[in-house]
Design a protein around this ligand. Structure first.
Ligand code: ADP
Length: 546
């Protein structure tokens, strides 16, 4: 027997409609690419989105067409999120940090018809345009006054198009499983692959972001997503904020510590989200200038492991609670979130920290399990580790225009992460399966070693990679960026690690560098690092005693 409740489709347009009706005067504040701070309300944003939908129709965009964006976090990008998906087309966010060949591959693979671009990225596209065969036109996201001379073919000015468009547009109603947006993963091997989200997956994911046990986003919050809107939809925050009526603050192109600090202060932001690298810059800026984060109470950290020292610094120096989260482009991206349970109040600070450095616990909507090499489920005892698999309504079931099946017979998606699960559902990643260091048949976790290395006060960033070893197969090499002005020796570091990790985990060598290579999504690029250290000869007599 079917239930007899309304079958209203879960559509992205409904999020903004809700915000404009019930939180019409709540602000969306953006640091614009042109320079000044721009502010308007949800009510005004909705009007502009309707206008933009008319612009898109005028350009000839139809249902299911891919429309690309290459833009910072800002109000025009938000308008594109809602207008493109709202009218039934697909918003394809491009990561400007990708190599040119990858970018060209992605745009052609997606067969994007139009490309909306922020002023900063016009030169990137000018250099690539003659290989972007399917693009019919470009729209530069600025006003007539700032419109540059450009060699881009069929280039339009965003505000000029907007001025000519009506704001009378009724969002179409359609099947909630319709594609809404597209995001390619950087693909450390092979070509990048596209995750094609649906209206349904996006709206369900937004509910999850707002749940008290996840990010608890609400109308009482002002949220600043440092995580880019071209990286897994800024972790879903641009959709979740209108769902609950939270104020949004967009940092635009300026992600340095000083600029982010200023916005957090000026706009009384209380929740912010980003990868560890940006927090490193912010914490350093605060420490160097004796500054305090006065309004922030929650800092969401994901994308790479949040080191315990960072979680502690936010807590003790700024009174902020870190919410450590894990996810992937393929999971929309929220997968696990590290909020503590009621019973954890009784734990000591050190015990709580030990839980917070884990990647978070299972949330409603994403099933988790770990399996061995044969696909057999492993116990949830916090000790056994194996490949992490996920399943749920905002998890990918096939890559866009990709024939190979990616799910196993029971519908599980393999994440490529190696993890433990404890009885409370806390998941801890020991490594990406390709980064794990295999020493004498045992596994060494590069993440654990890196976390311990950055807990040394004179270390800014650290990465551990496996170096081929005659006897042990692989042994760890620690590559470190020392704090500016610090005098740090290999012996200091090894001594620091000795009391923190098993003896056979101790790196065979330590190399000091000025900077580490990062991927387009701000993670340390182990692939580049491994290439950089190809053929590296470890000193004899390493510490492998296993
Ligand atoms: P890309 O590989 O393109 O950067 P994603 O952002 O989708 O794309 O990366 C997802 C991966 O990032 C995860 O599979 C995991 O390895 C890593 N990751 C995400 N969050 C964390 C975290 N909190 N701790 C450690 N690793 C993380």
């Amino acid at each position: 027997m079917r239930g007899s409740m309304m079958d209203s489709p879960l559509l992205i347009s409904s999020l903004l409609d809700y915000a404009a009706t019930y939180h019409g005067d709540t602000e969306i504040v953006s640091r614009s690419v042109e320079g000044p701070i721009h502010r308007y309300t949800y009510r005004q944003a909705l009007r502009r989105c309707r206008q933009l939908a008319n612009v898109l129709q005028g350009l000839g965009v139809e249902n299911g067409d891919r429309v690309a964006t290459m833009a910072w976090n800002g109000y025009r990008h938000l308008e594109l999120y809602f207008a493109i998906s709202g009218m039934g087309a697909v918003c394809h966010t491009l990561n400007p940090r990708l190599f040119q060949d990858q970018l060209i591959y992605i745009v052609n693979h997606a067969a994007d018809r139009f490309l909306f671009v922020d002023l900063s990225f016009v030169p990137i596209l000018e250099a690539a345009a003659d290989r972007l065969d399917r693009i019919e036109g470009y729209v530069v996201m600025t006003d007539a006054e700032h419109m540059p001379e450009t060699s881009l073919p069929n280039a339009h000015c965003y505000e000029t198009l907007m001025e000519q468009a009506d704001d009378d547009f009724a969002w179409p109603q359609f099947d909630e499983n319709t594609a809404s947006s597209l995001c390619y993963t950087s693909g450390t091997t092979g070509h990048p692959k596209g995750a094609l989200y649906s209206h349904r997956s996006t709206v369900l994911h937004s509910f999850s972001v707002c749940m008290a046990d996840t990010l608890a986003l609400s109308s009482r919050d002002a949220v600043l997503p440092v995580v880019p809107m071209f990286h897994a939809n800024a972790w879903g925050l641009p959709y979740a904020a209108p769902m609950c009526g939270a104020k949004i603050v967009f940092p635009g192109p300026r992600l340095d510590g000083a600029s982010v600090y200023q916005l957090l202060q000026d706009e009384a932001v209380n929740i912010t989200a980003g990868v560890p690298t940006v927090w490193l810059m912010l914490l350093e800026h605060c420490a160097n200038n004796d500054l305090q984060l006065e309004h922030v109470d929650r800092v969401v950290i994901g994308g790479s492991a949040a080191p315990g020292s960072m979680i502690e610094a936010f807590k003790t120096q700024h009174g902020c609670e870190v919410i450590h989260a894990w996810g992937m482009t393929e999971t929309s991206p929220l997968g696990t979130v590290g909020t503590l349970k009621r019973k954890h109040d009784a734990l000591s600070a050190a015990e709580q920290l030990a839980l917070q450095v884990k990647q978070g616990r299972g949330i409603y909507g994403v099933e988790l399990r770990i399996v061995d090499d044969q696909g057999k489920e492993l116990p949830r005892d916090g000790v056994a580790f194996g490949e992490l698999q996920v399943r749920g309504p905002w998890v990918i079931d096939a890559y866009y225009r990709h024939d190979q099946p990616i799910l196993d017979a029971e519908g599980w998606f393999s994440t490529g992460d190696v993890a433990t699960l404890d009885p409370d559902g806390f998941m801890q990643i020991t490594d990406r399966s390709k980064d794990v260091i295999k020493s004498g048949g045992e596994w060494i976790s590069s993440i654990d070693l890196e976390n311990e290395a950055v807990s040394h006060p004179d270390v800014t960033e650290a990465a551990v990679i496996g170096i081929a070893h005659r006897k042990w197969n692989e042994r760890p090499l620690l590559v470190v960026v020392p704090r500016q002005g610090a005098t740090l020796s290999k012996e200091d570091l090894l001594q620091h690690l000795e009391s923190r990790v098993a003896k056979w985990w101790l790196p065979d060598d330590v190399v000091f560098v000025d900077e580490l290579p990062h991927t387009a999504t701000g993670k340390i690029s182990k692939l580049t690092l491994r290439k950089q250290f190809e053929g590296y000869v470890l000193p004899e007599g390493g510490s492998a005693g296993n």
